[in-house]
Ligand binder design. Sequence first.
Ligand code: KG4
Ligand code: ZN
Length: 339
Amino acid sequence: MLILGIETSCDETAAAVVEDGKHILSDVISSQIAVHMPYGGVVPELASRKHVEMILPVIDEALTKADVTRDQLDAIAVTQGPGLVGALLVGLCAAKAMAFALDKPLIAVNHLEGHMHAAFLGSQAPAGPFVCLVVSGGHTALYRIDPGGRTKFLGSTRDDAAGEAFDKVAKLLNLGYPGGTVIDKLAAEGNPNTFQFPKAYLEKDSLDFSFSGIKTAVANFLRHYGPPASESHAVSYRLEDLAASFQEAIVDVLVNKTIMAAHLCGVQDIAVVGGVSANQRLRRRLQEEAGYRGLTLHLPALRYCTDNAVMIAAAAYTVWKRTGFTRDMMDLDAVSRWF
Ligand code: KG4
Ligand code: ZN
């Protein structure tokens, strides 16, 4: 079954052709990083405009690279939400137009369900239930997922998402956008034990998160100590140590809550997906902790951590297996908040 996946929920215009939810025939991503860089974050109106500009060339490239004609497609899949409404609408309109013109079924995909599928692109999903941490720029949430796909919500952030904390702290430090990758690289050269930043574990056994406090703590730190290696302040410190210490506080909470969720649910498998799952320190700590506790860890390949259309086409295959095709999807609307 050949599915064209389309993803435009935030700042990547992406299209991919995937066969039977596994075999990747093409994978095209047009990043908008350069567009949003001057503003230190995603500007929704600019994102929508850039998607309009890129959506058709990106879809064409995905079909050409896959060596598949439009007629050979079995279905068109598109991210319906959650995400920026204006950005989502561009992908939805393109997908609806293609489905209508070609008389092909349209499959609506939840972006987070897409991220969850990224962990199993190179391997099988666990046979039993597993715990999945979705950790991105817009979300930080834990789910228990059963083999049939039934999903139980376990907890989520009460304020900022972890990726958002990375982005906001990078902005405070003038490190540019997107902040996660820059902090990840700097932190690799720093000592994570130099400074202690707050780790919000909340109530006992809580599987919720809170990351707004740590962002405020870094802001207060900068007010107090000034910029790194500053001669005008009594205390001089390395930016790498600050980045590593901040990152460690976030990683600690993500790792410990995921392990706790596995323990509370009595499951053996854990998956961690979404943009922040590309973080090197998080990946290493998860591997160590999972190994130590005999848990099986599923992490996406780096390319499939951040937004892409392969995960949308892969998730669409599962949606199709679960519900079959619903032909009349022309009134499908974008959903900004979902799950
Ligand atoms: O999944 P994603 O591409 O988009 C959303 O659905 O939000 O995630 C983007 C987020 C951004 O906040 C970005 O800073 C973060 O993922 N991110 C990282 C890394 N790479 C991307 N955070 C920490 N370390 C990284 N290596
Ligand atoms: Zn995403």
